[in-house]
Write a protein that binds this ligand. Structure first.
Ligand code: ZN
Length: 320
């Protein structure tokens, strides 16, 4: 093969597959590392009441800080604490916390806000909510896809939008939710105690299980909940290697978009699809498709970029 021909093939490959660009290679490595760290045994499956869950919150807080986000909590700590009683029979209360970081708009008079969220808790070592069989119900549930993947993507988006330096057109509130597996506790608490009023919250984006992209398909539900969403997704699709499977009004409520939708906030629920390892010890980091996640990150940067510069979506009531 001549040099010229091999160069052409190389360049054409690069052009056709941006996964090979340096930016994308770096992003894939960061995503993978975050997922490996959050799903490591030392994080104890990020179960409610574990030190691993606390360590995960600190890791996310540190990442928000180094990305350049400001605290979203009243005491400047990035932590929005809320009480929870895991075992009603003992009545013993514990404290859970959302991790909240904010990117303020360049124009400080702008109130319109976009919330981007991903839950960071998981099942610990079961057995509650485990879908594993027999003794496996009591083994460590690493939750790499559910939902270390969503947190990794959340951090990637925080880095991306904070890196512009010039500030964004609208406020972005980044939230790592706790207590999702116990019934969307963190998102319910945030909706009741929002950093920016819900009246100013124009869109919520929920990243839950985004690590197992198959056949270049990404699921996006809630696209009918805001009247501008389908047009924005159509535009973003032209520059993406992913095809979107749009769920419209056909979506489960039991993830963190649910409380926002119930409060009348338009939302997009991003998910690469369920699988047999969900809520089992088999949800491990080695099964994550990092290049696929980079495609999701690039797509979401484009979608959120368009949301930041376009008119506020109007909430559309669910039909089914
Ligand atoms: Zn989840």
């Amino acid at each position: 093969m001549t040099m010229r021909r091999s160069l052409c093939i190389l360049l054409c490959t690069f052009a056709a597959n941006p996964v090979f660009s340096q930016n994308n290679t770096d992003a894939a490595a960061r995503l993978k590392q975050t997922i490996e760290t959050l799903s490591a045994p030392s994080m104890q499956g990020r179960g409610v009441g574990t030190e691993g869950l606390q360590r995960s919150a600190e890791l996310i807080r540190n990442a928000f800080r180094s990305a350049g986000l400001k605290s979203g909590a009243a005491d400047g700590s990035f932590f929005q604490k809320f009480p929870y009683t895991p075992d009603k029979s003992t009545g013993k209360e514990i404290s859970l916390q959302n991790v909240v970081g904010v990117l303020q708009p360049a124009d400080s008079s702008v109130r319109e806000t976009i919330v981007i969220g991903a839950h960071y808790d998981h099942l610990g070592s079961g057995p509650a909510f485990s879908l594993a069989k027999g003794e496996q119900k009591h083994a460590l549930h690493p939750g790499a896809d559910d939902n270390a993947s969503g947190v990794a993507l959340l951090l990637e988006l925080a880095r991306h939008f904070a890196a512009s330096g010039a500030g964004v057109h609208k406020r972005i509130v980044f939230i790592a939710f706790s207590g999702e597996e116990e019934g969307e506790l963190g998102s319910k608490y945030y909706v009741a105690h929002p950093f920016a009023t819900l009246a100013d919250t124009a869109t919520m984006i929920n990243l839950d299980m985004v690590g197992r992209v198959r056949e270049n398909i990404i699921g996006i539900a809630g696209n009918k909940s805001g009247d501008t969403f389908d047009a924005i997704l159509d535009q973003a699709a032209t520059a993406s290697h992913l095809s979107m499977m749009r769920g419209g009004d056909d979506y489960p409520d039991d993830s963190d978009h649910g409380p926002f939708a119930a409060a009348g906030v338009p939302f997009l629920y991003i998910c690469s699809g369920s699988h047999d390892d969900r809520h089992t010890p088999g949800d491990t980091a080695d099964k994550i498709n990092a290049p696929g996640m980079v495609e999701v990150a690039n797509l979401m940067e484009s979608v959120i970029g368009k949301l930041l510069t376009s008119s506020r979506p109007r909430f559309v009531t669910r039909l089914k």
